[in-house]
Design a protein around this ligand. Structure first.
Ligand code: AMP
Ligand code: MN
Ligand code: MN
Ligand code: MN
Length: 285
């Protein structure tokens, strides 16, 4: 059984519609996926209907935008928390998702002002056109508008030159602290798993000691160990840590369609026994 627990659709910053994504997952030989769009469940019903037609399990998930904070400096860094099998109508979760999505939309004009000042004008209408019917707008849609203008070749180049975290274009927005995000997912009956915790320098912000606190004091349930953003050492280190803390170790592709060409479906998968245990812990599965 092949299981990919982290994939994106056009409901956020993927490029396949939820139904297309499920068809691609089947063609890639997967038996189960978790639709983990950023900060929304919007694509789930379409994906699950397609899954029923094609005989592929589609688990409810999302990838919640959060942050880690360094107490001494007050500096923050993005942290992503996967929330599996939450009650979809949980009021606190729904309220928080709205706040996060508003924060995403509100920051776009500030990003565009900086690009304009750097000599790369892009209009809000162009970014919105790239986002299409996504419920969640993000930097990848800004990147797509830059590609359409011919400023950069692809999303990767837009991020490398301008949009990356800590890069020249500042793009702060509202996110909850990681511990609060985990609490919220737990209160909604879901299973919180840290997404790619040590990708892009994340280890400095999420050291083993902090992960232990999140597990022991907030009920973090798992670590996404096998992810293309981790080198072999990070993957092995996260597995050892998961083992030591009694956490589930998952693996997934973080597929975004053509938005991330290096992340094919099933690039990494999750052990069937780990998937079964994850399902057992979910409020809805
Ligand atoms: P945002 O959702 O606006 O915070 O933007 C973050 C999203 O941009 C991530 O979910 C990735 O899909 C994408 N992303 C981040 N860094 C890169 C990168 N270096 N190259 C391509 N895409 C990236
Ligand atoms: Mn993304
Ligand atoms: Mn992520
Ligand atoms: Mn993701």
């Amino acid at each position: 059984m092949k299981i990919d627990l982290h994939v994106h659709s056009t409901a956020s910053d993927g490029t396949d519609s939820p139904a297309e994504l499920v068809a691609c997952a089947q063609a890639a030989g997967l038996d189960a996926i978790a639709l983990a769009d950023h900060d929304t469940h919007r694509g789930l019903s379409e994906a699950q209907a397609a899954g029923e037609r094609l005989g592929l399990a589609v688990l409810s998930a999302f990838e919640l935008s959060a942050h880690a904070r360094v107490a001494e400096s007050g500096e923050t860094w993005p942290v992503h928390v996967l929330g599996y099998g939450c009650q979809p109508d949980d009021p606190a979760l729904a309220t928080e998702l709205v706040l996060i999505r508003q924060g995403r939309a509100n920051r776009i004009p500030a990003i565009l002002a900086q690009l304009q000042a750097a000599g790369f004008p892009v209009t809000l209408a162009e970014v919105e056109a790239q986002a299409g019917d996504a419920q969640v707008i993000g930097r990848p849609h800004v990147a797509d508008a830059m590609v359409a203008r011919g400023y950069v070749a692809d999303r990767d180049e837009a991020f490398a030159l301008y949009l990356r975290d800590g890069g020249p274009v500042l793009s702060s927005r509202y996110t909850p602290e990681a511990a609060d995000a985990i609490d919220l997912i737990r209160q909604a009956g879901g299973v919180p798993v840290l997404a790619h915790p040590w990708a892009r320098g994340g280890r400095a912000w999420m050291p083993p000691e902090r992960i232990r606190e999140l597990a022991e004091e907030h009920g973090l349930q798992g670590l996404e160990a096998d992810h293309l953003g981790h080198d072999d050492e990070a993957r092995a280190g996260l597995r050892v840590l998961a083992d030591r803390l009694g956490l589930l170790a998952t693996g997934s592709s973080d597929y975004h369609g053509t938005g991330k060409r290096d992340n094919p479906l099933g690039a990494y998968t999750t052990d069937p026994a780990v998937y079964a245990e994850l399902l057992r812990r979910c409020a809805i599965a």
